[in-house]
Design a protein around this ligand. Structure first.
Ligand SMILES: CC(C)(COP(=O)(O)OP(=O)(O)OC[C@H]1O[C@@H](n2cnc3c(N)ncnc32)[C@H](O)[C@@H]1OP(=O)(O)O)[C@@H](O)C(=O)NCCC(=O)NCCS
Length: 191
């Protein structure tokens, strides 16, 4: 089976234009299709968690083309990077900064134990290497497994958020933040 290792590397190859197969066919396109299928299969394992993706005609391939996906060890992670300061979304009370990252989706097919943490580690390193201050994500508050995973990882609840859906009404969610830079300590000097 096709194994996709690390899309950051892949994208660099694509950008450099050095991937061709031995017949000179468009190897990146084929790779993109295989990778998109593989990632979509993982997302499709969780229709209850990602119902909105289907309604929106999930543009997973676009994420690949932008280099905003990691697909590794049966884990798919999609992300974005903010280009302005302001609210995280219209009804959010959390504010992001230009250059902060957002993790959109993460899902595992459970073939490699601990793979989600491993992929997240790699992504966090990437965010730090880009000198970002914060990594944000939002999650439905009833998604116990994901909430446990983020808490254990060190994400801190920043605020509450809600989404409205015709089917489910108001859905409550949590905005999580991971600080990527060390906060300056304010030293108190006692005389
Ligand atoms: C959120 C999600 C990706 C977290 O994945 P996960 O499998 O819990 O996380 P990991 O891959 O890091 O695995 C953790 C488990 O591996 C174990 N583990 C971690 N590192 C390990 C290692 N090196 N060796 C052996 N085991 C290890 C942990 O103890 C833990 O086991 P436990 O669950 O029995 O306590 C997963 O629950 C998922 O795909 N959920 C559905 C989609 C979803 O809700 N996404 C979030 C909303 S956007």
């Amino acid at each position: 089976m096709h194994k996709f290792i690390n899309f950051f590397n892949m994208l660099n190859f694509v950008k450099a234009g050095i991937i061709t197969d031995k017949y000179g066919n468009e190897f990146p396109t084929k790779e993109l299709e295989l990778a998109t299928d593989e990632a979509m299969n993982i997302i499709n394992m969780y229709p209850m968690i990602f119902p909105h993706l289907y309604k929106q005609g999930f543009k997973l391939r676009k994420y690949f083309e932008k280099g905003s996906v990691i697909l590794q060890d049966g884990v798919v992670l999609t992300f974005g990077r903010y280009k302005s300061n302001g609210r995280l979304s219209r009804n959010a009370t959390t504010y992001k900064k230009n250059g902060d990252f957002i993790l959109h989706q993460i899902a595992t097919n459970d073939t490699v134990k601990g793979a989600a943490k491993g992929v997240l580690d790699g992504f966090v390193e990437h965010c730090k290497s880009q000198h970002a201050e914060n990594l944000f994500l939002t999650v439905r508050e009833h998604n116990d497994e994901a909430v446990r995973f983020y808490n254990r990882y060190g994400f801190v609840k920043d605020s509450e958020i809600f989404w409205t859906s015709k089917k489910d009404g108001i859905i409550k969610g949590i905005v999580y933040r991971l600080r990527l830079v060390a906060d300056k300590n304010i030293e108190t000097v006692c005389i």
